[in-house]
Design a binder for this molecule. Structure first.
Ligand code: 2P0
Length: 336
């Protein structure tokens, strides 16, 4: 798909070091806490968008199959914003493909909506600066705001009156000697989506207010550790961010538990690695997989130990990567 009214973009998943969990109660999909992530190389979503006045409705194809109604509705929400800004009513054909298994538990919605935001704005000739792409992606999926940018990116919490909110660069991908080893613990899709899990946590967990109160302090530690290239301080605070996020969810009623026995096994493996002097810190998103922060020098040791952990099916090796970029035109929304 190319030509007037069409564009193609790629974007990569990201992993939050300072987690986002919970929205502000005043609309516009604003996060309740600040988050800081690293965009990952090696996996990508490629999304082509073609606006066509002859179409009756938006059409979304995901990994070669028609998208489920919920996914199509989210895409149409994003496309409606772009249409309103560009002054067109033309519907769009969107074709999106991941080069990594969607079931691997790496945030596919982050790369998907970052790529879609860039391709849709480029297709209609709107500005494609990183803030515009990040803000548009954030309105559909908060974590996607961060995948618009490469390397380390931060997104502040929303405040009353906000409508525009975009991620901001913290440091480029090569700033820190960081490797991320993903311990894949299931091939199944998760039972409770992030959107539902965080809303239920906010509605019912007595620990949610504590999470919202504490998260900015952890964010500040993580931000400072990235700038200082202090991987140990970063790892300690990132692990705490993930565990405190999950603690707030586990305390919901009924509990939101994303972990499996293999999750606990991998957490124990990481603690054992640290006790042996290996650089290794865990982070966990809304699923049972454990993502381990380490260095290039310790990556092989971490991988060996995770593969020997009961319930770990396989591992994926990743490292900091680039932001969303147009394919074929050389345009880029984020820093490398
Ligand atoms: C994050 N997660 O910071 C956190 C940590 C999952 C756990 O952002 O409702 O798909 O679309 O804004 O961004 C996943 O939630 O949620 C997520 P919505 P999103 O990466």
């Amino acid at each position: 798909m190319s030509g007037p009214g069409s564009a193609r973009a790629v974007a990569h998943p990201n992993i939050a070091l300072a987690k986002y969990w919970g929205k502000r109660p005043f609309g516009h999909n604003l996060p309740a806490v600040p988050s800081l992530s690293v965009t990952l190389a090696g996996m990508c979503t490629t999304t082509a968008v073609r606006f066509d006045a002859a179409l009756d409705a938006d059409v979304l194809t995901l990994n070669g199959a028609p998208a489920a109604p919920g996914a199509l509705a989210r895409a149409t929400g994003l496309l409606d914003r772009v249409r309103a800004e560009a002054g067109t009513a033309a519907r769009a054909e969107v074709i999106s493909d991941n080069d990594f298994p969607t079931s691997a538990g790496l945030a596919s919605s982050a790369s998907a909506f970052a790529a879609m935001a860039l391709a849709a704005r480029a297709a209609l000739g709107l500005s494609i600066d990183a803030s515009a792409i990040s803000d548009l992606a954030r309105r559909t999926s908060v974590s996607a705001a961060r995948s618009a940018l490469g390397g380390f990116a931060a997104l502040r919490a929303g405040v009353a009156g906000d409508e525009v909110l975009a991620a901001e660069p913290v440091a480029p991908a090569d700033h820190l000697d960081l490797r991320v080893v993903v311990a894949v613990t299931t091939e199944a899709a998760k039972d409770v989506s992030s959107t539902k899990g965080m809303q239920h946590t906010a509605d019912t967990s007595p620990y949610y207010p504590a999470w919202v109160e504490d998260a900015p302090r952890l964010f500040a530690r993580i931000h400072a550790a990235v700038l200082a290239r202090d991987l140990e301080a970063l790892g300690i605070a990132a692990e705490a961010s993930a565990l405190r996020m999950h603690a707030s969810a586990v305390a919901a009623a009924p509990a939101v538990v994303y972990w499996s026995p293999a999750t606990l096994g991998a957490l124990a493996t990481v603690r054992d690695l640290r006790a042996r002097g290996v650089a290794a810190w865990s982070t966990i998103d809304a699923g049972p997989h454990v993502k381990v922060l380490t260095t290039a020098g310790d990556e092989a040791e971490v991988t060996r130990a995770l593969r020997a952990t009961a319930g770990v099916l396989r591992t994926l090796a990743t490292h900091p990567g680039p932001g969303a970029a147009l394919v074929g035109s050389g345009g880029s929304a984020g820093q490398p």
